[in-house]
Design a protein around this ligand. Structure first.
Ligand code: ZN
Length: 425
């Protein structure tokens, strides 16, 4: 890469640190979705200073949007001197709940041993900061670049992205005629390119029974025993079938190359007593038992197959087990997404990693989904990857951190990618 650009990025080290700290100190917790307006205004001010044109867009009416918790997003665009491609860096601004076990202030942005600590440090305010520094250094070094650079800060990725990228994609912001290359700086490590993610299907299953006195269970029908039969079917048939399916997607960690399913919760019968309640339970046969399943599937499977596999087992029980009845309520679904290795953005960032780090990148795919799904399915923009600094395993954990050197290195890669895509001649 250009040594001037490399120098410009290194000169911005203090700026990068301060920017990351500022972003961490805006507590954009989701749920419920606090301070989206605040972080958008912060980014608006910053990017307008660097001659970006900005738009603040509220995703009115999307899940969770209210006057108390409005879903604000920002898109900033800086157009070059001549026509060319648009490179878009998309970061989500929301962070998950803090949780227990912190030794640092989760919204303090404290620095220790070359790391900045805080909720969202790696997922993904560090990536957002790195992309801003990369873009600003690139513009400074190559003021006559072609095309355009966009930077977005979007809401609600942690809860599905409906008030963020999905909304913007519906409004045409990710139309391939407007944006040609998308880099999402999620924390996938600075030498890895993430091509996409698995799909997901979430559903609640309820088994039905009949209430009766617990001393005479034969007068009722126990919904928990019916659910036991469901779980046994899963153990005997579904889990072994899923474990036998492997994907060609380079999903990490290795265990997620298979189809998987988690049972998120189970509840049947009397509600759990309040904490501190010392009374005894009444004796009743439960007339309802519910589980919530989280089924992650592969690009080689279809959503219909996934759905039919589970309902098939439940229908099988209805045909063979006395008095078995169930209700299945779908909660949400996400289709898998994977960008081709030959896609221009993949090739470009791969080349940039080689230039900056002197080695070939590792190609990975994510076990869980992120906003690429909306850019792909709603925006119909296929030329999209996740690439950014940070250790994925730290996301959502206590004492989350981002390495300052890692941010610098990935800003170099982003800068080198901009050179390849936006410099003519
Ligand atoms: Zn994230």
């Amino acid at each position: 890469m250009n040594t001037q650009l490399s120098q410009a990025i290194q000169n911005k080290r203090d700026d990068l640190i301060a920017l990351t700290q500022d972003l961490i100190r805006i507590p954009t917790l989701n749920p419920p979705g606090t301070d989206y307006r605040g972080i958008c205004e912060y980014l608006d001010k910053r990017l307008r200073t660097h001659d970006f044109e900005t738009e603040l867009i509220r995703a009115t009416g999307t899940p969770g949007d209210s006057d108390k918790y409005p879903r604000w997003n920002i898109i900033a665009r800086r157009t070059g001197k001549v026509a060319g491609d648009c490179v878009h860096f998309n970061s989500h601004t929301d962070v998950v709940e803090v949780g227990a076990g912190w030794t640092f202030d989760p919204f303090g942005g404290d620095i220790a041993d070359g790391r900045i600590y805080g909720r969202g440090a790696c997922d993904m305010k560090g990536g957002l900061a790195a992309s801003i520094i990369a873009a600003e250094a690139f513009i400074e070094t190559h003021p006559d670049y072609a095309g355009a650079i966009e930077i977005s800060g979007t809401a609600d990725e942690e809860t599905g992205g409906y008030g963020g990228v999905a909304y913007l994609a519906e409004q045409g912001y990710f139309n391939p005629s407007r944006v040609q290359h998308v880099i999402i700086p999620e924390p996938l490590n600075k030498d890895r390119i993430c091509l996409g993610h698995r799909g997901g299907w979430w559903a609640e299953i309820e088994t039905k029974g009949e209430i009766a006195h617990g001393a005479m269970p034969f007068l009722g029908d126990c919904a928990v025993r019916h659910m036991g039969a469901v779980l046994q079917e899963f153990e005997d048939k579904l889990f072994p079938a899923m474990a036998a399916r492997y994907t060609d997607m380079p999903v990490v960690p290795e265990g997620a190359r298979q189809s998987t399913m988690n049972i998120n919760s189970i509840h049947g019968g009397e509600p759990e007593p309040e904490e501190g309640f010392t009374g005894l339970q009444a004796h009743c046969v439960p007339d309802s038992c519910r589980i919530v399943i989280d089924r992650r599937f592969l690009i080689e499977e279809t959503l219909d197959q996934v759905r039919d596999e589970v309902t098939g087992l439940l229908e099988g029980l209805r045909a063979t087990r006395a008095n078995f009845d169930f209700e299945l309520t779908e909660r949400n679904s996400v289709l898998p997404s994977m960008t081709d290795r030959d896609a221009p953005v993949v090739q470009t960032v791969a080349g940039a990693i080689e230039k900056v780090m002197g080695k070939a990148p590792e190609y990975v795919a994510s076990p869980g989904s992120y906003d690429q799904k909306h850019i792909d399915r709603i925006g119909t923009l296929k030329n999209c990857i996740a690439y950014g600094p940070g250790v994925l395993e730290l996301a959502h954990k206590p004492d989350e951190w981002i390495g300052i050197d890692d941010m610098i290195d990935s800003a170099m890669v982003m800068g080198a990618a901009l050179e390849s895509l936006l410099l003519k001649g």
